[in-house]
Design a protein around this ligand. Structure first.
Ligand SMILES: NC(=O)c1ccc[n+]([C@@H]2O[C@H](COP(=O)([O-])OP(=O)(O)OC[C@H]3O[C@@H](n4cnc5c(N)ncnc54)[C@H](O)[C@@H]3O)[C@@H](O)[C@H]2O)c1
Length: 431
């Protein structure tokens, strides 16, 4: 039941929002919300910070007060949030809780934005899909990479067939050695291993750019069963996006066992005939590399790293490389949406330059803008439950393919008829 007694007139105009899960990404989302408001899109009132770890909720609420002038209520459960009175929640818990929280919030009629991966397994995603279908509330997946203005331009260039008909994709992300990636849970099979945690971003980007994946064949490996955390004690910081993880990383063990695979070597086929070569290796030593390159019937396009603001490079047969403002002349109708334009300071961008934490906040702000517009009924969300489930399915298809030694179809992933690898995780979740 909503409690209207404490609402100010100004707040009634706004969507009463709570952040559920106040760890690293919860804090980054709050910074993103502040960035959205700074850009003039004051769509939300942050009224709740929810986390069973009270210190985390308290930290987020205190920092929110510095930014918004009012302190959200600090609560430990959805029941307590109901008493605060919310219209919408932003779910930034660790992945095992995405479906438990989102199904309940949708049933309560609260608009729900869920961080990626939408669910811990395909089955968990399907539970969210069904809850979203049964609810009048909006369900949005907070998938940030595709909202990067440079990725928007890449998509426009592909749609304009500047490189002709796409034929093949090379996606390589290679590095990592035996260091902990942000946190211990990212190396645990039952909590979202790194191939899901990072891979789901790439899966979403790949389908955003090239359409639906049809089949996957992969070899996966666990190369580094012992991971090291350089930040343990008060050591140097390790992998730490936007610098928010330090206080938690210092309390994590210096070394620990990893149970989740850390490398995938895959061949993907797409429904439109494109073939992809995909390497995601988080246990690689020596020379690291990152490459996202698409070859078509007239040329090729090399994309920069997500959220880097760097340059797209186009090579069209018979022409010199195009990697500057001339990219825009190839897509005269390309135009960023209003929120992105206000956040990044231009509606036709081919590059940008901000410190990472600022870029991160701006792109999260775009997610909130999309969510607010969908709640207002102005449009449907960009990344819905269906796409959220597909991205999780593409990532797990690699692990299922290796577990079964076969080519796996996305349809079989989505209808859960292939679940050899995920079964143990589903059993742990009790679903
Ligand atoms: N899009 C991105 O670029 C990006 C980056 C980092 C993390 N993420 C995603 O954000 C989510 C959170 O990651 P993180 O790095 O913040 O993890 P984290 O471990 O730093 O924080 C998770 C928080 O969730 C809380 N929590 C756990 N169960 C809860 C529940 N039932 N209700 C409320 N709170 C609960 C924990 O106490 C903790 O405070 C993950 O899904 C992760 O994949 C996305």
């Amino acid at each position: 039941m909503r409690n209207n007694r404490y609402r100010t007139h100004r707040e009634i105009q706004k969507i009463r929002l709570a952040i559920v899960g106040c760890g690293g990404m919860g804090h980054r989302h709050m910074y993103g919300l502040a960035e959205l408001h700074r850009a003039g899109w004051e769509k939300f009132a942050l009224v709740g910070a929810c986390d069973p770890v009270q210190a985390n909720a308290e930290s987020l609420a205190a920092q929110a007060e510095e930014r918004f002038g009012t302190k959200p209520a600090v609560v430990g459960s959805l029941e307590e949030l109901a008493a605060v009175g919310v219209d919408a929640v932003d779910v930034t818990t660790t992945p095992p809780y995405h479906h438990t929280v989102a199904v309940e919030t949708l049933e309560r009629g609260w608009h729900t934005m869920v961080e990626k991966p939408m669910g811990l397994t395909v089955r968990a995603c399907n539970l969210i899909c069904r809850a979203a279908d049964a609810s009048d509330a909006v369900l949005s997946v907070a998938e940030n990479y595709r909202r990067d203005p440079v990725n928007r331009l890449a998509k426009a260039l592909l749609d304009a067939e500047v490189i002709g008909k796409p034929r093949f994709l090379i996606h390589h992300a290679i590095g990592g050695s035996n260091r902990m990636l942000i946190s211990v849970w990212r190396h645990q099979k039952d909590q979202s291993g790194v191939l899901l945690d990072v891979g789901v971003h790439y899966s979403d980007m790949i389908e955003y750019l090239l359409g639906e994946v049809d089949t996957v064949y992969a070899q996966t490996r666990l190369h580094e069963p012992i991971r090291h955390n350089p930040a343990a004690g008060s050591g140097e910081s390790g992998s730490n996006p936007a610098g928010v993880y330090t206080k938690w990383q210092q309390k994590m063990p210096a070394e620990f066992e990893a149970t989740a695979e850390d490398a995938a070597y895959a061949t993907l086929t797409f429904k439109n005939g494109v073939v992809g070569q995909y390497i995601e290796d988080h246990g690689a030593w020596g020379q690291g590399s990152w490459l996202r390159q698409i070859h078509g019937s007239k040329g090729s396009m090399t994309l920069p790293g997500d959220r880097s603001g760097r340059l797209i490079s186009l090579n069209i047969a018979g022409q010199e490389t195009i990697n500057d403002e001339r990219l825009l002349s190839l897509v005269p109708d390309f135009c960023l949406d209003a929120v992105t334009t206000d956040l990044f300071g231009g509606d036709r961008l081919w590059r940008y330059e901000f410190p990472f934490a600022q870029t991160d906040a701006k792109i999260i702000a775009i997610e909130y803008g999309d969510f607010a517009e969908a709640i207002a009924g102005n449009r449907t969300v960009e990344v819905d439950a269906y796409q959220g489930a597909r991205s999780v399915a593409v990532s797990y298809a690699m692990l299922e393919s290796c577990a079964t030694g076969s080519i796996v179809s996305l349809d079989a992933m989505l209808d859960e008829s292939v679940d050899t690898y995920q079964r143990e995780i589903d059993e742990g979740l009790g679903i």
